[in-house]
Design a protein around this ligand. Structure first.
Ligand code: PLP
Length: 376
């Protein structure tokens, strides 16, 4: 079977290999069979290996849902009664975490920083010093809207010094940038199968400390479906998800992990870096500017500012590229127009070179001046 290969430069889902796509074509199976439980057992163990987590200390818990389910589960499940969450917020995804706290009526501090700046660690430390009720320190690792990389190791260290746990949303970095839960001071991290492991949408996972999950059995239960202890406990007792898992998606994730370990952590990060370097070269050559200085970027997302050219029309440029198999994505920051080019997925630098040939043609087609112009 020939499957058309599209190059997705959006921030996930990403381009997958044909072998991952085909891994979903399996004989029908009831997920309550032992055979399926053994598949999930292997998958859960492999997820720990990605972030170098000691299985004696950490576990991974699977959920059926998009990546946001992880944020929801961690925040609603891991906060003891009377305690607070501190959201270190410099982007749209940490804002989402603050929204989740608000929806559940959890006590939280939304500590906002400019979206184009690293958080002020001294301010974070002061908040913890002043408020012994803070039990969760939370931030997003790679703020996918801008591509800003937050200093998780430092934040985790501060959290631990004040007796808090550190939760970080690694959805758009895990299995791309190397992460080591021990060295990076992470108690909980998370991702979904369609990003770093280059598989399909609908399966998400949380990797975290068993002792904290076990303690949370005594915390208020704020959700029936999205409770971390309940799902963990069910896995421990039966090897299964509490409710129906996304069966075929699990098979694709297993194949994605097999390919992840075949490629290797370092080689994969080197490939993403190659892809990002090719993106930056292309962006520079056309005269585009990025939203963030490169020193604080994750190396996985390039957020490019719209030029000040009356002929620039994101929709038209997008459609021209889309029709030719390349997907670009509009920005996520109020105020400044921008689009994103991301280095996720099963792509390499030749794909980026080919993309820029199409992208340049799209600009010419719209009558956009090259190099592009900015008013100031
Ligand atoms: C993709 C992503 C998510 C999850 O988004 P969904 O649309 O729910 O899959 C969460 N956090 C970050 C940082 C992401 O990049």
């Amino acid at each position: 079977m020939e499957i058309k290969r599209n190059i997705l430069l959006n921030p996930g889902p990403s381009t997958t290999t044909d072998t991952v796509k085909m891994a979903q074509l399996v004989p029908d199976i009831c997920p309550r069979e032992r055979e399926f439980a053994s598949k999930m057992k292997g998958l859960r163990a492999d997820l720990l290996r990605i972030v170098h987590a000691d299985p004696a200390e950490y576990t991974s818990v699977l959920f059926c849902g998009s990546g946001t389910i992880n944020l929801d589960v961690c925040l609603n499940s891991l906060l003891p009664a009377g305690k607070k969450a501190l959201i270190v917020n410099n982007g749209a995804y940490s804002t989402r975490a603050a929204d989740i706290c608000r929806y559940y009526g959890l006590p939280y501090i939304d500590m906002k920083f400019p979206i184009d700046r690293l958080p002020d660690l001294a301010a974070v430390e002061k908040a913890l010093k002043d408020d012994p009720d803070i039990y969760i320190v939370y931030t997003t690792h790679n703020e996918t809207g801008t591509g800003l990389l937050n200093p998780i190791r430092e934040l985790g260290e501060i959290a631990h010094r004040y007796g808090a746990i550190f939760i970080t949303d690694t959805t758009s970095s895990l299995a791309m940038r190397p992460i080591d839960v021990q060295k990076d001071n992470i108690d909980f991290c998370m991702a979904s199968a369609q990003k770093g492991i280059m598989a399909m949408t609908g399966l998400s996972f949380i990797i975290g400390k068993k002792t904290e999950i076990e303690k949370s059995a005594e915390y208020p239960k704020r959700s029936y479906y999205c409770n971390l202890f309940r799902q963990y406990d069910y896995f421990e007792k039966t090897g299964e998800m509490h409710f129906t898992p996304p069966v075929q998606t699990v098979y694709a994730a297993i194949q994605g992990l097999k390919e992840y370990f075949e490629e290797g952590e370092e080689a994969k990060w080197a490939r993403h870096t190659r892809v990002m370097n090719a993106i930056r070269e292309g962006v520079d050559e056309l005269g585009f500017r990025e939203f963030l200085p490169r020193e604080i970027q994750s190396g996985l997302v390039s957020a490019v500012l719209y030029p000040d050219d009356l002929n620039w029309d994101f929709g038209k440029v997008h459609d021209y590229c889309y029709e030719r198999g390349y997907t670009i994505y509009p920005g996520k920051v109020a105020g400044s127009g921008m689009f994103r080019l991301c280095a996720l997925g099963a792509i390499d630098e030749e794909d980026i070179h080919a993309f820029f040939r199409v992208f340049r043609a799209a600009l010419v087609n719209c009558g956009v001046q090259i190099p592009v112009i900015y008013n100031k």
